[in-house]
Design a protein around this ligand. Structure first.
Ligand code: ATP
Length: 263
């Protein structure tokens, strides 16, 4: 079932066209990897889907134009994890993750339905899923880069949104935590969420994603199953690299190998 549908989405900023006529769909329960070289437009596209920057074209969420969602609906439905990892104040990890529940609380709170217990449960589940439970009383601005990245992901997971947009969530992580975070994203998808994850790691992209969208120069140059999108030719064309393919338990993966075509 299609959850998110983009039709002819174009983004112009600073007099330049950064995203050009992008059309794609994401189903409920699907983990889609958004890949492409630096400057391809991945973050711009994610920000447009999160309704943070203006765009032309149509975006529908379960059939409803995304821009017609109220601010509260949008905050509950879309969790956005930005690439910018700064934490400006000494807020505790637990309080930072609790911000993910803001759409359900405080001034946004309207009547019954969700309980404080549900908030607490979501926060604790997110802290455990990202392996930051033991850091929960630490000040966020004292964390290492990888710890901070996992805490920021925990905040996004705590929203329990139907649509999770994660911009390079594993870039700062060690291999074990990369695998753990990708596994968490897979689990979220299995529970019914639609997830778009920006990745530079082609091995993780081929291992974990249901489908890939390869962006280059603001356009979708390939989309579909991993085997369809990743090939020596497509990687050479998009990234200007030679890559080697491996196979493990019948699953193909790609490893960047050289800046020139690999022969
Ligand atoms: N506000 C802006 N005004 C003008 N150009 C911008 C703006 N924001 C981004 N760009 C440009 O748009 C292009 C796409 O940027 P974007 O951050 O979306 O790329 P990306 O694929 O996420 O790259 P990376 O892998 O480096 O994070 C880049 O050339 C960038 O310099």
């Amino acid at each position: 079932m299609t959850a998110l549908e983009l039709s002819d989405v174009t983004v112009q900023r600073g007099g330049r066209t950064l995203i050009e006529a992008v059309s794609c769909q994401v189903s409920a329960g699907e983990l889609v990897g958004l890949i492409g070289p630096n400057g391809a437009g991945k973050s711009t596209l994610i920000q447009a889907i999160a309704q943070l920057i203006p765009y032309h074209g149509a975006m529908r969420w379960h059939g409803k134009p995304l821009e017609q969602l109220t601010a509260r609906e949008r905050a509950r439905q879309i969790a956005y994890l930005s690439q910018d990892d700064r934490v400006q104040w000494p807020i505790s990890v637990a309080d930072l993750v609790a911000l993910g529940r803001h759409p359900y609380r405080g001034g946004w709170w309207r009547g019954a339905g969700q309980t404080r217990a549900a908030d607490q449960q979501a926060i604790e589940a997110a802290l455990h899923a990202t392996d930051v439970w033991t850091l929960r009383e630490r000040a966020s601005d004292t964390l290492s880069g990888g710890e901070r990245a996992r805490v920021r992901l925990a905040r996004a997971l705590a929203v329990e949104a139907g649509l999770l947009l994660a911009d390079e969530p594993v870039a700062a992580l060690d291999p074990r935590h990369q695998l753990e975070v990708m596994t968490v994203l897979r689990t979220q998808a299995q529970r019914g969420a639609s997830i778009i994850v920006v990745l530079h790691d082609l091995t993780l992209a081929s291992r974990f994603c249901d489908r890939l969208v390869l962006l280059n120069g603001g356009r979708v140059v390939a989309t579909g199953a991993v085997e369809r999108v990743l090939s020596a030719a497509s990687l050479q064309q998009a990234y200007g690299i030679g890559a080697v393919m491996g196979e493990h338990h019948g699953q193909r993966y790609w490893v960047p190998w050289s800046v020139a075509p690999y022969v």
